[in-house]
Write a protein that binds this ligand. Sequence first.
Ligand code: 0O2
Length: 273
Amino acid sequence: METQLWREILEPYRLAVDELVVKFNHVKQQYQDARMYSPIEMVSGRVKRVSSILEKTKRKGVDLSQLEEKIEDIAGIRLICQFVEDINTVVQIIRERSDLEIKTEKDYITKSKPSGYRSYHMIAYYTVQTINGPKRLEVEIQIRTLAMNFWSTIEHSLQYKYREHMPDDLRMRLLSAADAVDALDNEMSSVRDEIMDAQNSNRKKANIISDILNNIESLYYIANEREVTKIQNEFFQIYRKDDMKLLTRFNKQLDIIAETYRAQNPRSQQENI
Ligand code: 0O2
């Protein structure tokens, strides 16, 4: 097939990948904006390489004329989670989206592949808008933990190196590494609540500090400079004490001070200061 033809075939898949990466990153962002824990930790996407498509069509005996019907993972999205428990949440989020229609799901987590590979796969229909009109295509979404992703990235590169001639001892070592990854995920799940508590309190602290800094910045426009410098110094002192209670109290007091100044300076409200 000519390069130009490949480009024409693959372009809508590239668009689908770009759009879905943006959309899933927004899901993560929305959780963060709502100051909630995001079940999605990382998002990536790729369009399958032509050499990989050709290899797969050959392996599966697919005629190139049927490429788009038979090869389901030309467009691939990968969603990485921190914990195994997050995978179900992400699967549910995907099932409920109106822009994706699920075709099939494969659970390689409950039952891993013989290689040791673990991941949750969903094939979904997704429509992109092209200059020739809408095009409905298939996208493969892989959902896995950070640990599973580490294993499969290494194993995948070894598969490329050895093709079907991977030495038996290496295969065995990869299988035992897969067991270790499974154990690591289980161990992390058992301390999930503690890890999430720590992450939540870090996030809470970062949010309070950002609120305080925003308030101080807005006070610079409406309050007396000496007063703002005093507030700022007070903040630095509290910040150094690293005490959440003090920070929270200071933030509340600052809210009241900023609100009082805004009430005295109605112009600042119109200008959204
Ligand atoms: P690439 O290079 O990732 O684009 P099936 O006939 O259903 O068994 P199929 O159609 O390949 O096989 O579907 P499957 O098994 O769901 O695999 C799709 C993708 O999952 C693969 O794409 C890999 O990305 C990943 N995957 C599946 N099995 C393994 C595995 O044992 N190890 C690793 N590292 N990844 C795996 P491709 O086609 O390999 O290509």
